[in-house]
Design a protein around this ligand. Structure first.
Ligand code: GSH
Length: 234
């Protein structure tokens, strides 16, 4: 079961929204990955829940490269949040490399855990990590900035998962985040990207890179409740 074209269609549709910073990511699917043409992609299987979550950037990288892979999804039962196939996979030892969690990527049968390690591996394999060790590090650097922003948002603690705050405290934290904190982060990232972008629409150099995927994930792959405010902050 491959979801490459569905993923691509979803992206093309959602990327139509105009954004300042994420105009970098608008061209995400218009280019091709140069390295892919010369690289033989191994047999890949990505195992994750039937949700975007921690696997989506990896799926995006695979879709961008038109790479074939098996997209195994542990479906979550509506209402109960239970995923019986996940429990089966966990019991059978399939998820040991991510400490009994998902995602796990199988590369010709070899198991790899940790979503960020999976993303880096795929980005490198599929030609989205630049042309040299230094470019790799520059790309990695900006991707880590995007991770810092996500971590900072989590620390702000206004999502439904945070039960230690009152609704009023959450509303205040939320307002601060979207009115002040997030715009300040994005302004800084935009300055960094101005140093690495080689062409309008690309955050690094002149073609799609892992940075475009990270920026897209940051701005366009957040939950529905945060989407409008995130886009406004951008
Ligand atoms: N740092 C790990 C975190 C993995 C993780 O926490 N996965 C969650 C889903 S996003 C999970 O499998 N939760 C189910 C469980 O722990 O039982 C990664 O990025 O891969």
């Amino acid at each position: 079961q491959t979801h490459t074209s569905d993923n691509k269609k979803l992206f093309l549709a959602t990327m139509k929204t105009a954004l300042a910073l994420s105009s970098m990511a608008t061209a995400l699917f218009s280019g091709t990955s140069s390295a892919l043409a010369t690289t033989t992609t191994p047999n890949l299987e990505l195992k994750y829940f039937g949700a975007r979550g921690a696997a989506e950037p990896a799926r995006i990288l695979l879709a961008l490269a038109d790479a074939k892979y098996t997209d195994t999804r542990f479906e979550i039962e509506p209402g109960t949040m239970k995923a019986p196939d996940f429990l089966v996979a966990k019991e059978s030892g399939e998820l040991v490399m991510n400490l009994d969690r998902a995602p796990v990527l199988l590369v010709d049968g070899t198991s790899l855990g940790q979503s960020k390690a999976i993303e880096r591996y795929l980005a490198k394999q599929l030609g989205f990590m630049g042309q040299s060790d230094l470019e790799y590090a520059q790309i990695d650097c900006i991707v880590e900035h995007c991770r810092d922003v996500k971590d900072a948002q989590r620390r702000k603690g206004f999502s439904a998962f945070h039960r230690d705050k009152t609704d009023e405290e959450k509303a205040t934290a939320r307002r601060e985040w979207f009115d002040t904190d997030l715009p300040a982060w994005l302004e800084k990232i935009e300055k960094a990207v101005q140093l690495t972008s080689g062409k309008d629409g690309y955050a690094f150099g002149m073609e799609n890179s892992y940075v475009d995927v990270a920026i897209f994930s940051l701005l366009k792959d957040c939950g529905d409740t945060d989407m409008e405010d995130t886009l406004k902050a951008a």
